[in-house]
Design a protein around this ligand. Structure first.
Ligand code: MF3
Ligand code: CO
Ligand code: CO
Length: 277
């Protein structure tokens, strides 16, 4: 199948490794601050300062305005509990014990973009919170493991669906992963559920995100009046992890990796986290 997906040069891939590692380091940095009693705006301010002063980069989210949307007002997205994605940091949103928190950051430097997100649990995890956070993590990795020569993008959606179905959790249909490189959101749109239209076959040099949003209840979403925040229609918990994947000759590599980024599940065969000593 013909496609418009960028095949990155070795130089571009090195630049994407650098910005990807920095995007992951930003999440390493914020980890110890995700505690009960802090506001999500406080976390956003800390990350904005770290991005500029320590990474020499800027947020790609601040002022980001896809067609038909209002400009995104903050540097990061922080989505708590039943918020699926695009939670706007606020002075009024105070984290409390047991909350599950997605922090999604995209930074840019020298014309390249780095995008990743992780889940955090505030204080002692609840059983329901840990369950959905772990389900979303496994779902993301199941999708990533489908990236191999001969497979196509639809195999990601099939793998995500096969992982989630037996757990009784659901995958959001309205949002997907995306190509990334010299653009924030490029082709292809990566569906985390199977689709019927043909999808491109993986080719070395493609770079895209895998970032399934997984709900404890039903998959349906509700858009809030602030123009950005997306919540579960049934108010059930929702979780999401995001990594950037590079297609290689033999399989895949992860570009958003750093010293404190989590190890993959033990059943992952295609990738080992490098050491950062
Ligand atoms: N980082 C998100 C993604 O994974 C996009 C956030 S756009 C924003 O694609 F404007 F809400 F920040
Ligand atoms: Co993101
Ligand atoms: Co993304």
């Amino acid at each position: 199948m013909t496609h418009n997906i960028t095949i990155h040069t070795p130089e571009e891939i090195e630049a994407m490794r650098r910005i990807g590692r920095q995007a992951s380091e930003l999440l390493d940095f914020i980890t110890p601050y995700v505690k009960a009693g802090v506001t999500t705006k406080y976390l956003d301010d800390l990350m904005d300062e770290y991005t500029i002063k320590h990474l020499g980069a800027v947020s790609a989210c601040k002022g980001y305005q896809p067609e038909g949307m209002t400009p995104y007002p903050c540097s990061t997205c922080i989505s708590v509990n039943h918020v699926i994605c695009h939670g706007i940091p606020s002075e009024k949103k105070v984290l409390k014990k047991g909350d599950i928190v997605n922090i999604d950051i995209t930074i840019t430097k020298d014309g390249f973009f780095g995008d990743n997100s992780r889940m955090f649990i505030v204080g002692k995890p609840t059983i329901a919170g840990k369950r959905i956070v772990d389900a979303a993590f496994g779902c993301m990795w199941a999708g990533i493991e489908a990236v191999k020569p001969g497979n196509c993008f639809n195999d990601i959606g099939i793998a995500c669906q096969n992982f989630c179905a037996p757990l009784g959790v659901s995958i959001v249909h309205e949002y997907g992963g995306h190509g990334i490189g010299r653009v924030f959101h490029g082709e292809p749109h990566v569906c985390h559920v199977p689709i019927k239209t043909p999808t491109a076959t993986f080719e070395p040099g493609m770079i895209f995100t895998v970032e399934p949003m997984v709900n404890a209840g039903k998959r349906h979403i509700l858009d809030l009046a602030d123009g950005w925040t997306v919540v579960t229609k049934d108010k059930s918990l929702s979780a999401q992890w995001e990594l950037e994947v590079l297609v290689t000759e033999t399989g895949y590599d992860i570009l958003t990796v750093s010293k404190d980024s989590p190890e993959p599940p033990e059943w992952v065969k295609g990738w080992k986290k490098p050491s950062f000593d």
